[in-house]
Design a binder for this molecule. Structure first.
Ligand SMILES: Cc1cc2nc3c(=O)[nH]c(=O)nc-3n(C[C@H](O)[C@H](O)[C@H](O)COP(=O)(O)OP(=O)(O)OC[C@H]3O[C@@H](n4cnc5c(N)ncnc54)[C@H](O)[C@@H]3O)c2cc1C
Length: 386
């Protein structure tokens, strides 16, 4: 069985950040229209990310000598929770701050740390993740993109990545590639490389999603020449490194809060009325109960990260339950409005636009970062069933 996750609380010195973050959000985020805020970690705004860097709110786990905040995972939790609940446009720095920076700190050489970490913490450079390929999504170990070692110590890269979030706006990708053997070797022979996306032979083709946005892309590599310093961590250890990275990716409050701008708008509508129907009150209670429980779970995983653990299975639990909650919200709000005699006429155009956007995006909540079925398989394995 899984060991019980002890409940965790945010230490007072980290909780103290909240007031400052709320003030920043009131100035920089709340003036944006709600349907734009609903995009949040799909919303790209490099100037906003640089403003975050100036506040010292990027690179929480990065030591000060590399320009980071050198603070706890709980401090990051406070900042991220406030930003996402308000719908701040964090896409530009999102993956870099959450995964690429910590990965470079953990596995990078001293030269790589000195080169990449300071501009990451300023919000000057952005990374994307190249894991999925046209025929390798859930079955990530079958990736075919290959970095072939050259006599000069570098690599020649050929292959294709897909669904790469923000690739058109990023300077670098950290990709999982095969450096030896064949796809049938599965976990053996995989490595991670840092790819400068401005190199000759790199092509980025944006892909439009259901809502009309182009936040992800297909990236192809045609004989791209990489130096020896492109390798991050150990050659052949890519699978273990990627799994450690996924614990950062799956556990945070972003797996709980994707529909929160919509909830807030709907509650504002209820507040504007003289009375609230029993059905609406029951739904509000249900949403709050789910949110409070999921938040406690996410905080417990944050405590594990703070202890230096790699809570892969626990993070999968948060993502599975959290995305179910996020997906339930647009359906529940649409039903509440439909069954309310004044609902749709009283709803503001902004509420309806936000509902439309969140409804179109909701299916992706349980796909990005690993699908529901894959996570449930990991949880079953975590309790010794597979
Ligand atoms: C918004 C968004 C952003 C993304 N950003 C990135 C990114 O930045 N970088 C990146 O690398 N990828 C990214 N992805 C890709 C994402 O990680 C993959 O879509 C996901 O891992 C699923 O892979 P796939 O699309 O190939 O589907 P498949 O793996 O083909 O799965 C199709 C369906 O079959 C199910 N299935 C597959 N295998 C099994 C099994 N063994 N048992 C039971 N069911 C199974 C899956 O659960 C799914 O429902 C993004 C995806 C989305 C939606």
């Amino acid at each position: 069985m899984l060991a019980p996750l002890p409940p965790a609380a945010i230490p007072p010195e980290d909780e103290a950040l909240r007031a400052e973050v709320k003030a920043f959000i009131a100035e920089h985020v709340m003036p944006m229209p709600a349907h734009r805020r609903a995009r949040s970690w799909m919303g790209h705004d490099a100037a906003f990310s640089r403003a975050m860097g100036r506040q010292g709110w990027l690179g929480f786990s990065i030591p000060k000598r590399y320009g980071g905040a050198e603070r706890s995972h709980f401090a990051r939790f406070v900042v991220v929770e406030e930003l996402l609940a308000a719908g701040a446009p964090v896409a530009a720095h999102w993956i870099t701050d959450r995964q690429s920076g910590p990965l470079i700190l953990r596995y990078g050489t001293e030269a790589q740390r000195q080169f990449y970490l300071p501009p990451i913490c300023r919000g000057d450079i952005f990374f994307c993740i190249g894991m999925s390929e046209p025929n390798s999504g859930s079955d990530l170990a079958s990736v075919r993109t290959r970095a072939q070692a050259t006599d000069g110590g570098g690599f020649v890269l050929n292959g294709r990545k897909i669904w790469t979030s923000n690739a058109p706006h990023c300077q670098y990708m950290i990709a999982l590639v095969r450096t030896s053997g064949v796809p049938e070797d599965r976990h053996k022979g995989l490595s991670q490389v840092i790819i400068d996306l401005s190199l000759p032979g790199v092509q980025i083709r944006p892909i439009r999603d259901l809502s009309g946005d182009e936040h992800f892309a297909e990236v192809s590599f045609d004989n791209v020449q990489l130096g020896a310093d492109a390798l991050i961590g150990q050659e052949g250890a890519g699978w273990e490194q990627v799994n450690a990275e996924l614990a950062f990716e799956r556990s945070g409050p972003e797996r709980i809060l994707s529909s929160m701008v919509l909830v807030d708008l709907w509650i504002d509508l209820l507040r504007s009325r003289a009375t609230v129907s029993t059905d609406d009150a029951v739904l509000v209670g249900r949403l709050v109960a789910h949110l409070a429980t999921l938040r406690a779970l996410s905080l417990a995983v944050t405590a594990q990260l703070q202890l230096g653990e790699s809570p892969v299975v626990e993070a999968a639990l948060v993502k599975d339950l959290g995305t179910e909650f996020e997906q339930m919200i647009p359906v529940a709000v649409a039903n509440a409005l439909a069954s309310d005699p004044d609902g749709t006429s009283a709803a503001s155009p902004e509420l309806l636009k936000t509902l439309a956007y969140t409804s179109r995006m909701a299916p992706s909540f349980s796909l990005r970062g690993g699908t529901r079925e894959i996570l449930r398989g990991m949880i079953a394995r975590g309790i010794g069933l597979r």
